[in-house]
Design a protein around this ligand. Structure first.
Ligand SMILES: [Ca+2]
Ligand SMILES: [Ca+2]
Ligand SMILES: [Ca+2]
Length: 477
């Protein structure tokens, strides 16, 4: 017995193959504590209730040999059998796009849009938020890499003024690691938003983003409690633009005075010049933001689209902000399932998530057509599905229509003016001039400008394209 023992020990330590086994110990068999201790050191486990011993042998794949091995530990009469321990894999868990899982995909037509496009790796969406768990299995492939930068060498290899910004940057802690840091106040919002935009399930588990082939750029401007500074926001926007992002998600808001918001407005203007869309959350206080200075949601610049939340029955979420003059579009933001840090998944609600939905649809759209931010906003609005809501455009974003539409678009499609104000309209392609539905309210002058004459709502149409959806102008006193 002693010699055999020695041989087996040699075998177990010298070869890389091996098998995993289950042995049933008979009813009268006593698995001696001492012996089990040495076996346990090799990874064996014994369950009293099932009387099953599971163990692995590095060199043995054959069950007969494994049984022979085991008999050196226990009296043969008490060993019922040894079998190969078959592999059991966890059933794949997918959050079905549609149905009860990621219900928002069904409401915005994601799957139908995917018949045309799943996004483009050259389109980058910057997520200015709490950071990103870039190790998440559903997001590992989604991060926009700064190819000119070598990570962790202490050198600004691409000379953009920021050392080691290989993935993104953390403007909270001033470090090149944008890892999402969680707390009671932050379940991992940046990771969740990123998942809505670009998550890709693995073979085992996961959720789908709206544009799974798109890249996300993590820019950390909010700390682990979800708070940040204006300075970090401004630097974050400039950084996103410099990294070539086409879309920036701003899932936060700030109550600032006009003067206090000047640096933010300036940064968003610079983003506009660079052709970058800002998707801003309208906020979660359940109130109108028409007469509140909520930034950036109601900054009146052509590249800002403000988004509020809808629920599963396509109604505005009760807690979501609204505004006839200030909310540009609606998107699902209620009970949204997406990625969370540490390989997690979970449901959250908020207009931030609605903003991410719009950013995802915008990214899908840009993978098909080249558009300026103003054109893109109008396209998202005019291809949206009409719903009841207190918003500039009472429309629920629709991925399929936005991706496939070939209708000419008037832009801005939804706007507000005061009596006496002049506005300049444009039409995509060569679709021709526009006409006003009610000449008492507004008219087009010789220079082609629209002049607002009286309070009310006018529609603008393209006579050569009667099927195209009219644009709408709300004239206030
Ligand atoms: Ca750099
Ligand atoms: Ca470097
Ligand atoms: Ca960091």
């Amino acid at each position: 017995m002693g010699n055999l023992w020695l041989i087996l020990v040699l075998l177990t330590s010298s070869l890389g193959f091996g098998g995993s086994f289950l042995a049933e110990i008979g009813p009268n068999g006593v698995w001696q504590a001492k012996r089990f201790a040495s076996f346990k050191a090799q990874g064996a486990r014994y369950s009293e209730s099932s009387r099953l011993l599971s163990f692995q042998l590095k060199s043995v794949e054959d069950t007969a040999l494994a049984e022979f091995y085991l008999r050196s530990y226990i009296d043969s009469s008490h060993l019922n059998y040894v079998i190969s321990n078959g592999k059991v894999q966890k059933a794949p868990i997918f959050a079905e796009p549609g149905a009860g899982g990621q219900w928002f995909h069904e409401r915005i037509g994601t799957l139908k849009a995917w018949e045309t496009t799943r996004g483009d790796s050259r389109i980058t969406v910057a997520v200015l938020d709490t950071g990103l768990d870039y190790n998440h299995p559903n997001l590992k492939e989604a991060v926009a890499i700064n190819q000119g930068e070598i990570p962790r060498n202490g050198i600004d290899d691409d000379h953009n003024g920021i050392i080691d910004d290989y993935l993104g940057y953390d403007f909270v802690n001033e470090d090149p690691d944008p890892m999402d840091e969680t707390s009671f106040y932050n379940p991992g919002q940046g990771t969740h938003l990123s998942g809505i935009i670009a998550a890709q399930p693995t073979a085992e588990v996961g959720v789908f983003g709206i544009a799974p082939l798109t890249k996300v750029l993590p820019i950390r401007i909010l700390d682990r409690n979800g708070e940040g500074t204006l300075g970090a926001v401004v630097r974050g926007i400039d950084y996103a633009v410099s990294r070539g992002a086409k879309i920036i998600v701003a899932g936060w808001s700030a109550n600032l005075s006009k003067k206090g918001a000047a640096p933010l407005e300036a940064a968003i203007s610079r983003a506009h010049l660079a052709g970058v869309l800002i998707v801003a959350a309208a906020g979660n206080q359940g109130r109108s933001i028409d007469n509140v200075d909520i930034y950036p949601a109601n900054i009146r610049l052509p590249n800002v689209v403000s988004v509020t939340s809808t629920n599963q029955v396509n109604s505005k979420s009760s807690w979501a902000n609204f505004g006839l003059n200030s909310v540009s579009i609606l998107a699902p933001g209620d009970n949204i399932l997406s990625t969370l840090p540490k390989a997690g998944h979970g449901r959250v609600s908020g207009t931030a998530y609605s903003a991410a939905v719009v950013a995802g649809v915008a990214a899908l759209t840009l993978s098909r057509v080249v558009l300026t931010p103003a054109e893109l906003i109008s396209r998202l609005q005019q291809t949206g599905v009409q719903i009841t809501a207190e918003a500039l455009c009472k429309c629920l974003v629709n991925a399929e229509e936005s991706v496939v539409s070939s209708m000419p678009i008037i832009y801005p499609s939804y706007s507000v003016a005061k009596v006496g104000q002049k506005l300049r309209y444009q039409v995509s392609g060569d679709a021709g001039p526009i006409e006003v539905s009610d000449s008492n309210l507004a008219e087009i002058d010789e220079q082609g400008n629209l002049v607002a004459k009286k309070a009310g709502v006018v529609q603008l149409k393209i006579p050569t394209h009667p099927d195209a959806k009219p644009a709408e102008l709300r004239i206030n006193r």
